[in-house]
Write a protein that binds this ligand. Sequence first.
Ligand SMILES: Nc1nc2c(ncn2[C@@H]2O[C@H](COP(=O)(O)OP(=O)(O)OP(=O)(O)O)[C@@H](O)[C@H]2O)c(=O)[nH]1
Ligand SMILES: [Mg+2]
Length: 455
Amino acid sequence: MYSLEGTIAALSTPEGVGGIAVVRLSGPESCSIIRPCLSRKDLEPNRAHFMPFLHPKSGDLIDETVITYFKAPHSYTGEDLIEISCHGGRIVPGLILNCLYIAGARPALPGEFTRRAFINGKMDLTQAEAVADMIHAQTEAGLQSARTLLRGRLSKELMHIRQLLTESAALLEVGLDFSDQDIETISHKDVEKRVLAGLKQISSLISSYKTGRILHEGARVPIVGRPNAGKSSLLNAVLHEERVITSDIPGTTRDYIEERINHGGVLIRLFDTAGLRETEDILETAGLKKTHELMSSADLLLMVTVNKEETEHALYLLKQQDKPSIIALNKTDLLSQHEIRSCRSLSTPEIPIIPICAIHESNIGELMETVLKTLQKTYALNTESLAISHLRHQNHLLSARNALLTAQKALNNNLSPEFIIHDIREAISSLDDITGKTTSMDILNHIFDQFCVGK
Ligand SMILES: Nc1nc2c(ncn2[C@@H]2O[C@H](COP(=O)(O)OP(=O)(O)OP(=O)(O)O)[C@@H](O)[C@H]2O)c(=O)[nH]1
Ligand SMILES: [Mg+2]
C-alpha cells in the first residue's frame, strides 16, 4: 500500500562516477528540512544558490553545492521542490541524502516525483507515461514519439472526443426530459453526428498503434530461410562482428538470437532464427516452433535465399503472408551474373530482391536501406502525426470504440435514450481510464512502479 504523504528525497541522476549529481527533495516540508543543512536560511525561488551543504546535526561540511528552489505550485511536482547539485561519485550524493533523511525527509518510491506531479494536476497519466518513455527511449524516433505524448497531444485529442461524447449524452438527457415535445428528433441527428465523429477519431488512434509501437519498441524483423542459407552470416555482416555461430552444417542455429540496431533513427530488432525445414530432431523442432512464432509477430520478414529455385519458393511463401517482406539473395559470389540477373527479375515493389554476399559483407548497406525504407513506408514512421504506443491505451480505446458502436446501433434502432446514454458513458469512462481521471490504484501503482527512483 502506498503512502504518498510526507517530504521525499532521492538521487535523480544515475548512480556512479560523474561530474555532478542531482538530489531532489519534494514536499510541504522541503524548506524546513533543508534549513539546518544550509548556512543561509532563506532560499529565493527559481535562483541557483552556490553554498556549502552541512550536516544538519554536527554542522560539518559535506560538499559545496548549487541549490535551486522551486516554490509550489511552480515546480515539476507542484510541491515545494529543491534540487541540490553536488559532486558526483559514489559517496557525496549518498551523504547528502542521508542528511536529508536525518532532517526529516523519507526516501522516494519509484516514480514518486512524477506521481506527485500527476496527483497535483501538473500532467495527466499519458504525460506521466511519456516521462518514462522519454527516459527509456532507444532511438530518436522513440524520443520524438514520447515528446509528442509529453506535450499533451494525446490528452488534447482525448479531451476533444470526450467533449463530443459528453455533449451527445447531454442532448439525449434533454430529449429524455422533454420526450413529449419535438426536441427529440433534433437531438437524435446531433447525437449521431457527434458519436460518428468520436468513433472516427478513436478508430484513427487505434490504427496508429502499430506505428507507435514500432517507434517505441522497435520493429521486429526475423531473418528466415532454409538451413545453411546464411542467415547467421547475414546477422554477423550487419553487426560487423562474429556475434553468432555459423557453419556449413545445416541446422546450426537452434534457438533464436535477437540483436538490436539503431538504423536511420529507427530501432530494428533482428532475429537470427532456426532454418525452415522438415526435421525429426527434437531441439531443431523446438527452434522451428519459435521461428514460426517470430514470423507471425514480425513487422517485416527478411528471407534469405541462395538460388533461383529457393527465391521462387520464397516468393510463393511470402505472398501468402500479410506482411511486408524482403528477399536477400545470398552467396552471390557463387552465382553467375546471369543467375543473379534472372533472380533479380523476379523482384516486385511488394517483395524486393536484394543480392548480397554475407561473408564478404557486400551490399549489406543496400539491404538495410531497403529494410528501413520499407518499414518507414509501411508504418508511416516519418510522420509527425500522433501515434499511440501503449497497449494500455490501445485496450481502452478498443473498449471505447465497442461501446460507441453499440450506441450507434441503438441509435439506428431507435432504442430508448437510456440505453444509448449508458453506452456513451461507458465510452467516456474508457477514455478517462487512459488519462488517469478514473484509473484504479492498482493500475497507477503498476505504471509508476516501472519508473526509476528519483524520477
Ligand atoms: N560462399 C559463401 N558462403 C556463405 C555466404 N554466407 C554464408 N556462407 C556460408 O554458408 C554456411 C552457412 O551459413 P550460416 O550463416 O551458418 O547459415 P544459416 O542460414 O544460419 O544456417 P542454419 O543456422 O543452419 O539454419 C557457412 O559455411 C557460411 O560460411 C556467402 O555469402 N558466400
Ligand atoms: Mg544459423
